[in-house]
Design a protein. Structure first.
Length: 183
C-alpha cells in the first residue's frame, strides 16, 4: 500500500511540474516587447510622441517624471532627503530617500501616510538607521495600487513620517504632512 501511494504521489508531482513547464513557455498576448540597440532607442526617444487621454499628441519627454532633491524632514538629528524619482518595472514607481541619523541612538523611520494625487496608497516603508549612520531606501508606490485608483501619472505626493527609537519603539517625532510634486 505504501509503495502504491509513493508511486501515485510521484506521478502527481511530475504531472504538476510538466504542466508548470509547459505553461511557462507561453507568451502573454497583451504585452509586446521590442528589443532595440541603444542608438536606435535614443533615435526613437527623440522622435516619439505619446497621446494623452484627450487624444492630443504629447512629447514623450513629458512622460518622464522627476523630482528635485529636497530635505523632507530635519528634526531631532534625523534628516530625510528625497533624492530622486525611481521606476521599478516590477513593483512600481517611488522616491529614493537618503536617511541620516545624526543622533546617538538607533532609529526607525516609517511612513504614516502616503497620498498620491489625493488617494491614500498602501506603503510598506520602514527603515532602521544606526546611530551616526546613513541609509538609502525607497518608498515604493505599488503600480497595482495606482491602477486600482485610476491613477495614470503621479502628479503630487504627500507623506507623513513617523520616527521612533528602534529599541524602545518610543516616538521621537511625527512629521507634518510633506507635499511635493513630480515634474
Amino acid at each position: 500500500m505504501k509503495r502504491r501511494m509513493k508511486w501515485i504521489a510521484t506521478v502527481l508531482c511530475l504531472s504538476v511540474f510538466a504542466a508548470m513547464a509547459l505553461g511557462s513557455g507561453q507568451s502573454d498576448s497583451d504585452e509586446t516587447r521590442q528589443i532595440v540597440s541603444d542608438e536606435e532607442q535614443e533615435k526613437t526617444d527623440d522622435d516619439e510622441s505619446v497621446s494623452d487621454d484627450s487624444g492630443d499628441s504629447v512629447d514623450s519627454s513629458d512622460a518622464v517624471v522627476t523630482i528635485d532633491e529636497q530635505v523632507l524632514v530635519d528634526q531631532d538629528g534625523i534628516v530625510v532627503t528625497a533624492t530622486e524619482y525611481v521606476t521599478d518595472s516590477i513593483w512600481g514607481d517611488g522616491v529614493k530617500l537618503l536617511l541620516e541619523n545624526n543622533s546617538d541612538r538607533d532609529v526607525t523611520v516609517g511612513c504614516n501616510a502616503l497620498i498620491v494625487n489625493d488617494y491614500m496608497i498602501t506603503d510598506l516603508f520602514s527603515s532602521e538607521i544606526a546611530a551616526g549612520k546613513k541609509s538609502i531606501d525607497d518608498i515604493t508606490v505599488f503600480s497595482s495600487d495606482l491602477e486600482e485608483n485610476g491613477i495614470k501619472a503621479i502628479e503630487e505626493v504627500e507623506l507623513k513620517f513617523h520616527i521612533y527609537d528602534a529599541d524602545s519603539y518610543s516616538t521621537i517625532a511625527d512629521s507634518e504632512p510633506i507635499t511635493f510634486t513630480a515634474q
